[in-house]
Design a protein around this ligand. Structure first.
Ligand code: FES
Ligand code: FES
Length: 184
């Protein structure tokens, strides 16, 4: 049976007629075409499906469409403003903080919430704050570097942290931090 579900998605109102018991993850990906939110484990363990719900990170594989009724959802596609990357996205790009990029949208959104609740975290606090998001490519060190760098920039204390020049190309990396890239 279809339910009328209304919520705000990336600053825009959305109204859907869907089975309200379907997972938010699959509604985002299939009904709304937002494939930046990834399906990893489907059981709440990996963090690939992380989105913000009223500013708090949630696992969209564990939430239903009904759970977001009247609420505000932000996915990786909604983080940039006027084509300008969020400082966390920018820092991931500058630090090559990804390889395959599958974990990246969830990592970025988790880091955004982390820096909101703790604008100047220690390296240890970043490690603890990110430990529920898994990266199978082992990019953890660069992810932590990126989050430290983003914290500095957001606190108006940017230090030069240039690219380390790894492949893939800048354009491919930018696509992943913007919207999860082409990866399904
Ligand atoms: Fe949701 Fe892994 S897909 S936590
Ligand atoms: Fe591949 Fe993290 S960059 S899983």
């Amino acid at each position: 049976m279809a339910d009328a579900i209304s919520f705000t998605l990336n600053d825009k109102p959305v109204r859907l007629n869907v089975d309200g018991d379907r997972t938010l993850l699959w509604v985002l990906r299939t009904d709304l075409g937002l494939t930046g939110t990834k399906f990893g484990c489907g059981e709440g363990h990996c963090g690939a499906c992380t989105v913000l719900l009223d500013g708090v990170v949630i696992r969209s594989c564990l939430r239903t469409a009904k759970d977001v009724q009247g609420k505000e959802v932000v996915t990786i596609e909604g983080l940039a403003r006027d084509g300008k990357l969020h400082p966390v996205q920018k820092a991931f790009l500058e630090h090559d903080a990804l390889q395959c990029g599958f974990c990246t949208p969830g990592m970025v959104l988790t880091a955004v919430e982390l820096l909101k609740s703790n604008p100047a975290p220690t390296r240890e606090q970043i490690i603890r704050g990110m430990e529920q998001n898994f990266c199978r490519c082992g990019a953890h060190t660069r992810i932590i570097d990126a989050i430290q760098s983003a914290a500095l920039e957001m606190n108006g204390n940017r230090q030069g942290q240039g690219s380390r020049g790894r492949s893939p190309s800048r354009r491919q990396l930018a696509a992943v931090v913007m919207d999860g890239g082409r990866q399904p």
